[in-house]
Design a protein around this ligand. Sequence first.
Ligand SMILES: N[C@@H](CCC(=O)N[C@@H](CS)C(=O)NCC(=O)O)C(=O)O
Length: 225
Amino acid sequence: MIDLYTSYTTNAQRASIALLESGLPYRLHHIDLYKGEHKTPEFLAINPNGTLPAMTDRDGLEGKPLTLTQSAGIAWYLAEKSGRLLPKGPRALALAQDWNLFLATDIYPPFASQYYLRWSDLPDPEPAAAMFETRMRNAFGQLDRELAERPFVCGEEITIVDINAYPMTAMATQDFAVLGDLKNLIGWRDRLAERPAVAEAMGWYADNAPALDKVPDTWAETLKG
Ligand SMILES: N[C@@H](CCC(=O)N[C@@H](CS)C(=O)NCC(=O)O)C(=O)O
């Protein structure tokens, strides 16, 4: 049995989608970021980083339960365990890993930074936020050019690379109309949105997340670390 600890974040959405696409049995635990539940002793005992998502596989590996705390690592583990969502062959796997690192190092940092700056209570965050927004748009542009060549990032089939890319793409394309010019990206996003597992996973968040303009003041404190 897999326990997934989740809250209203794109990182957590990755893990949820990977879990539903994997078909593995699971239990979902809502840890409310906005109420600070990720910093309670109970949750820190599961993930000492105090971040979401986290996953514990009670069956685990080598006879012991396994806890993972990185969304892309969770997705990779679920893909290997289920035998789904990874491309076949060493060359395709090397490229998938390369794409995962592109998402983790080239898209996610500017994506998250421009939001964090704008949600912060720092004086005058806008120039820095605008710089990260430009970097985010350029990185999404690179993904858009690749998606002109094939329906999914790694080829003809969905993989965890698509799952890792989807939540931040869904959020950014909703918030930044200018990304609508990236037609391949938008088409890919819409194809993924139609998948039952993606719709179910994202539906949970739509039903549970507060509107972004209602992010509580305590979140600005959380961002300071
Ligand atoms: N590298 C981690 C990042 C996890 C992370 O930072 N999650 C954020 C939400 S997006 C969080 O829990 N923040 C709470 C905090 O930092 O106190 C992953 O990919 O899962």
